[in-house]
Write a protein that binds this ligand. Sequence first.
Ligand code: NAP
Length: 331
Amino acid sequence: MNHAILLNNRPKGMPQIDDFKFVEEDMPAIRKGEVLLKTSYVSVDPYLRSKMNDAKSYTAPFELNKPMYSGIIAEVVESRHSGFEVGEFVSGMLEWKVYQASDGRGLNKVDVGRAPLSSYLGVLGMTGLTAFLGLSEIGKPKGGETVVVSGAAGAVGSVAGQIAKIMGCRVVGIAGSDEKCSMLSSDYGFDEAINYKTSKNMRKAIAAACPDGVDVYFDNVGGEISDAVLVKINQFARIVVCGAISVYNATSLPQSLSVQPFLVKNSALMQGFIVTDFEASFPQALAQLSQWLKEDKLKYSETVVEGFDQVPRAFMDLFEGKNTGKMLVKV
Ligand code: NAP
């Protein structure tokens, strides 16, 4: 039998395990022009939370009683498609199933000889691209500037902070545990790291860590953490609004700082983006990320949970900060 995970309920607030439905189904049979894929790694990502709501967004919501889907690396285990051979690995937006048929559309071959399979869902996948392109296209950091990154020990944040270091900036990370903060300083070369869960006054902590103010803020979390950073921005600061995980489970409109006066008086730019806005730059960005990895200028970490049935749990754990680096499920 095959295994699949469907959306059972639209969550109210934090997702619960019964918002997901585990089902068994017949093994898929492939037709001419199709491949049979076996899932190797499933990417769980904060943005999937908004797709669980029945609300307008940049992509369609998940449908109730239909399989959820995300970035997946899979092995071709049977092929009736001239473009794919058995034993090849591919990445794509695929359903949360152990086996699935595909006509090949939207699949990208993964070069197993170049980098570990899992990295194609992280540093060499969507999260690495988000960090690189958000920072370079919107943040545009210059050497000597101060860059603050929230969600700094996560998949996007840890890469964004290291890239800002490569670009010669002073980098301050914000994360949710002392272990994560030490890792940012010792492994990733951040200049300072602030534990937002133990800091009594985030505004003071930001001011102490950024004596010259904040030139670029790479924001992964939104909410109160970002309010504390925004009051410290410099003239012509750039605020890269990558994500807002602190409010993804909110059940009412969050109360936040009124940012306009800070933007006006500092002639600052605040811009949201979706990584696919910069799709045309993916090849160059991936070449640069690969080069930095090869030169050991860029490091990455992964939290790998084992077992297909752990996919919903791993996803929910993102909101508890249980991952360091990219959260993945190995099937
Ligand atoms: P991630 O940072 O690896 O994982 C989520 C992390 O968020 C957790 O480990 C946790 O770390 C932190 N977190 C959870 N709840 C929080 C809260 N209430 N307040 C502050 N921090 C909280 O996930 P990711 O995949 O790299 O994504 C990071 C952000 O980028 C997300 O907001 C995501 O939606 C966004 N994103 C945007 C794009 C785009 O195209 N714009 C693409 C990919 C991702 P702590 O232990 O530090 O709390």
